[in-house]
Write a protein that binds this ligand. Structure first.
Ligand SMILES: Nc1ncnc2c1ncn2[C@@H]1O[C@H](COP(=O)(O)OP(=O)(O)OP(=O)(O)O)[C@@H](O)[C@H]1O
Ligand SMILES: [Mg+2]
Length: 472
């Protein structure tokens, strides 16, 4: 309410003009209408803060103006001027929701003071409305995170608490756990939801490039800077910036970000004039930042500055009860996209999905379900469509698998190594036993292993001496 807008309604022109004169001195914007009927038309056109109306008018009286305002514009404050200061009409207009009444004749001081009070009342009214709206926004919390496990529920409730604030958020968790989804939920449930959300992958931008992307640069700031460029922080003004994979940020850019966090001010590259913006920051990492601080690749002061509201995304293997709901969610989505009618998973498929450790987390689960949906020709996903890592006996088959992410590559390497070693170990122990007529002590001696270690290997590979042939 910088310049309050006030409407005077009276069928006597001199009264209108007088009120305009008195109130204009207060820096108010004042208009007038010479009938109740004209007033109603103006109410549809402008957003008045206060309406001062005479009670008795030939063309639609003040009582009717008041009634319509309370019905269609309840946030407008109405003051009624009464020519005949009868108690009964005063009581009546107050009952109908008028803020106050002003008996004629009134002094300029009386008029100003009642308008002043009315504006104060309106301010409170607006603030209350804003509060209610804010509460409703928080109530209608929305997100796309599937899962009922206590761990994901805790994450969701943390998001709900922090979203409406402007607080910096740090999300950590393994690759594919849903860090970006969380950051979008924080933005979508904040007052900034209608402004931009800018996601920056700090892992793919080298030091200098990241700096100029974030802060912008002036023409000629460095070789290749042919023209001035606004940075992400400027473009995202009033919105949210999500900085992903922050463990990759160079120490130099970390120190610039630290300064930015402290006062939301920055210098574009090559510029000397400080710029100020209003952005909310969300950080994410799949690395252990404390270790990086200890190792010197991450500034300690920067770490503490962003460690305001940390949200840890638990890996999928630590919330196994979420696997099936998420799997069904993706199956429904892909089945619809592929125009298929796949209704679910058979019992074996369910067991395999829930037994698996999901090193690539939800992203890997999504990929596997997508592949299964493409392969599936019936109405249920079976083991045939789920050639999951770690379940394949044959190394040859594993080698043919094409990993989709670094996590999957790591996992596949681990499984191949384990399986290859196991095969060699089993052959080694079995052969030594056969060579030594299943005498464990001698087999251990010959191979150079301690007897207990040899026995451990036998147990590991479930190697037992052949049962004596039954006499015929
Ligand atoms: N709880 C969940 N419910 C539904 N979908 C999810 C859930 N968690 C993650 N996803 C989906 O899994 C995929 C990976 O999530 P996201 O990109 O947010 O992970 P991330 O932690 O940012 O991974 P990275 O570290 O690799 O960037 C996305 O398709 C996302 O929509
Ligand atoms: Mg991500």
């Amino acid at each position: 309410m910088d310049n309050p807008l006030i409407l005077i309604v009276d069928d006597e022109l001199p009264i209108c003009q007088n009120c305009v004169k008195i109130l204009s001195k207060m820096n108010y914007n004042v208009q007038y209408a010479l009938s109740g009927y004209d007033a109603l038309k103006m109410l549809d056109e402008y957003q008045f803060d206060v309406v001062i109306t005479d009670l008795k008018m030939s063309n639609l009286g003040g009582m009717e103006v008041l009634r319509r305002i309370k019905e269609f514009h309840p946030e407008i404050i109405v003051i009624v001027i009464t020519g005949y200061a009868s108690v009964s009409s005063a009581v009546e207009v107050m009952k109908m929701g008028a803020f106050d009444y002003l008996p004629k004749p009134f002094t300029p001081h009386e008029l100003r003071s009642v308008v002043y009070q009315a504006l104060a009342e309106r301010k409170i009214l607006l603030q209350n409305q804003e509060l209610i709206q804010k509460k409703e926004r928080i109530k209608s919390f929305s997100h796309q995170l599937i899962g009922d496990s206590p761990k994901i529920k805790k994450v969701i409730s943390m998001v709900q608490k922090v979203a409406p604030t402007d607080s910096t958020v740090l999300i950590s968790g393994e690759s594919g756990t849903g860090k970006e989804l969380i950051s979008r939920a924080v933005h979508a449930n904040s007052a900034r939801k209608d402004e931009v959300f800018f996601a920056v992958d700090c892992g793919t931008l080298s030091g200098n490039l990241l700096e100029s992307e974030l802060f912008g640069h002036v023409k000629g700031a460095f070789t290749g800077a042919h023209k001035k460029k606004d940075g992400i922080f400027r473009l995202a003004n009033k919105g949210t910036v999500f900085l992903d994979e922050i463990s990759n940020i160079s120490l130099n850019v970390q120190s610039k970000l630290l300064r930015f966090i402290e006062n939301r001010e920055f210098l574009p590259l090559g510029n000397t004039a400080v710029q100020k913006v209003d952005v909310r920051l969300i950080f994410a990492t799949n690395q252990n930042l404390e270790e990086q601080v200890a190792g010197g690749s991450f500034r300690e002061d920067f770490y503490y500055r962003i460690f305001v509201y940390p949200i840890m995304m638990p890996p999928l293997r630590e919330r196994k009860m979420d696997i099936l709901p998420i799997a069904y969610h993706f199956l429904k989505q892909f089945s619809r996209d592929l125009d298929k009618k796949i209704t679910g998973f058979d019992a074996n498929a369910v067991n395999r999905l829930t037994d698996y450790d999901w090193p690539g987390n939800v992203r890997q689960l999504r990929n596997i379900i997508e592949r299964a949906a493409i392969l599936c020709e019936k109405d249920q996903i079976t083991l045939k469509e789920l050639p999951l890592l770690g379940d394949i006996g044959d190394i040859e088959q594993l080698i043919d698998n094409i990993p989709a992410t670094n996590e999957e590559l790591k996992q596949i390497k681990k499984v191949i190594r384990q399986k290859a070693v196991a095969k060699v170990e089993k052959n080694f122990v079995t052969n030594a036993l056969i060579q030594n007529d299943w005498n464990v002590t001698r087999a251990a001696q010959k191979t150079g292993l301690q007897r207990t270690n040899f026995q451990t290997l036998m147990k590991k590979h479930n190697i037992k001496p052949p049962s004596p042939a039954k006499p015929t």
